[in-house]
Design a protein around this ligand. Structure first.
Ligand SMILES: [Mn+2]
Length: 323
């Protein structure tokens, strides 16, 4: 039974922000979570009555917000709950969260940068590299913090190290193997010294080039939305969404995967400042049972499979009308 618990997301920013939290709170139990399930994980964690809970890089899921507040109420008064995040958050959600948690929220920087800045005084020197890997992983590498520190260390080397992690994560089952990765990163081991990570990164890069060729021959287009549906490879969703926009010369790119009754999408933009998170909030209200959101430049959604063609058309019209 752990008296300190760190929860974070499974992507590179999640892994690095979680690793930095572990450096601040050594001996913590580490778990992966995600916006749609964080309330369940917190219910479970609350049973152990930990002294401290640290959550990073987890967006607020609108549909689960009440469940989340209930889960937070399960903790004894004595539990310190810290939440650091950079996903868009409404004023109302912020206000309600702040009643119970120590919230550190900014949009712009990645979560790893925020966790680093929060605990900077208590961290070993190598932690700054983790913050920069997170920044590169989330395309949040143009902040004053990131620019300052890129100037301290050779940034080309940092991009190589972060790139190895970004690529390897495409091929890692985040529940098991990434947990080891989090612990190796806290020890200050560089990705280039992790043989398994280097091998996986090379494999993933070769697969990515194949994915590009596949998208090039199979992507379709509805208005200003390019998309690829049901690629014969798992993962590579953000990347194939980007490729879909490029190869169809579109402003929006979608990589979609369908199951029996749902379609799940990663969405990216190209050569436009359109806020994808806001666009989805506007569009999805007219689709029953749909959910989605994310960042201005990277988002996701899921909806009924039968609604997919209508969604593509609605999205395209929305983008055109915004111009
Ligand atoms: Mn993030």
């Amino acid at each position: 039974m752990a008296d300190k618990v760190v929860l974070s997301h499974g992507d590179l920013d999640g892994i690095t922000s979680g690793a930095i939290a572990l450096l601040k709170y050594p001996g913590s139990e580490f778990y992966f979570t995600r916006p749609s399930q964080v309330h369940q994980d917190l219910f479970r964690v609350a049973k152990d009555r930990p002294r401290l809970v640290h959550i990073s890089d987890i967006a607020i899921n609108e549909r689960r917000f009440d469940d989340l507040l209930l889960a937070l109420d399960r903790f004894p008064e004595s539990t310190d709950i810290l939440w650091t995040d950079h996903h868009p958050m409404s004023k109302e959600h912020r206000k309600q969260l702040e009643r119970r948690v120590d919230l550190f929220h900014e949009s712009g920087p990645c979560a790893a940068e925020l966790v680093y800045r929060k605990f900077e005084q208590d961290l070993p020197e190598h932690a700054v590299r983790l913050a920069l890997y997170g920044a590169i992983g989330d395309y949040c590498d143009d902040t004053p913090f990131a620019r300052l520190h890129f100037d301290d260390i050779d940034k080309r080397t940092l991009y190589l190290e972060a790139g190895l992690l970004v690529q390897a994560l495409q091929e890692i089952d985040y529940r098991s193997e990434s947990k080891d990765l989090v612990h190796q990163l806290t020890l200050g081991i560089k990705p280039s010294s992790m043989n398994d990570i280097v091998d996986l990164a090379m494999k993933a890069t070769r697969i990515e080039h194949e994915v590009f060729r596949y998208v090039q021959s199979n992507a379709k287009k509805t208005g200003v939305v390019g998309y690829i549906l049901d690629m014969p490879v798992n993962g590579y969703r953000g990347k194939s969404a980007k490729f879909s926009a490029y190869v169809t010369n579109s402003k929006i790119g979608i990589s979609a995967r369908s199951s029996e009754d749902e379609v799940d999408m990663s969405i990216r933009r190209r050569r436009t400042d359109l806020d994808l998170n806001r666009a989805l909030n506007d569009i999805l209200v007219s689709f029953d049972g749909a959910s989605g959101g994310g960042h201005p430049a990277a988002a996701g959604a899921s909806l009924n499979r039968d609604d997919f063609p209508k969604f593509l058309q609605t999205f395209s019209d929305y983008v055109k009308n915004g111009d």
